[in-house]
Design a binder for this molecule. Structure first.
Ligand code: ADP
Ligand code: MG
Length: 156
């Protein structure tokens, strides 16, 4: 899977995050890569809004991890009949100021192995070695002051 989008204002990047929230499958790890100011937090805010999580969805840059409880249910097509699965927790990580070891110490393995969790990781490229192979990668690139290129792919 490779999908590219160009957004022309922050609101559009947020909207893309909201749309992704509707496309979720359970146990997903979503890795956000790209430079400072590229739009990772803006996208995450839209994503959390799409999951009906009450704001403010402040950046986890300084706290490293933010946890939200979810009441959101998604359809799971794994079995032949349509089945709803509840997402219990959303974890929003930011690896800008830390190393993989620090993220592991926050209970990373347990969090990503729980299928009822959804995990967002900003600066995921800094902790690539601990990211599960089935993660969704989204790269953010600034093209101009208000333009961003956003690329979805299954591998970094
Ligand atoms: P990051 O988390 O990647 O460091 P942020 O989302 O915190 O980036 O910041 C992005 C900044 O760029 C915000 O101030 C936002 O308003 C601005 N911006 C301008 N145009 C866009 C766009 N098309 N998409 C996302 N952010 C944009
Ligand atoms: Mg950020």
């Amino acid at each position: 899977m490779l999908k590219k989008f160009i957004t022309q204002k922050a609101r559009q990047t947020q909207k893309l995050g909201e749309l992704l929230a509707q496309e979720l499958t359970t146990g997903q790890v979503i890795c956000l890569s790209g430079d400072l100011g590229a739009g990772k937090t803006t996208f995450s805010q839209g994503f959390l809004k799409g999951l009906k999580i009450k704001g403010p969805h402040t950046s986890p840059t300084f706290v490293v991890i933010k946890h939200y409880k979810s009441k959101f249910s998604i359809f799971n097509f794994q079995f032949s009949k349509k089945q709803k699965t509840k997402i219990q927790n959303i974890y929003h990580f930011d690896a800008y100021r830390v190393k993989a070891k620090d993220i592991l110490d926050l209970g990373w393995e347990e969090i990503v192995n729980n299928k009822s969790n959804i995990v967002l990781v900003e600066w995921a490229e800094r902790i690539k070695k601990i990211i599960p192979p089935n993660a969704l990668w989204i790269n953010f690139q600034g093209l101009s002051q208000n333009e961003r290129k956003i690329t979805f792919q299954s591998h970094p």
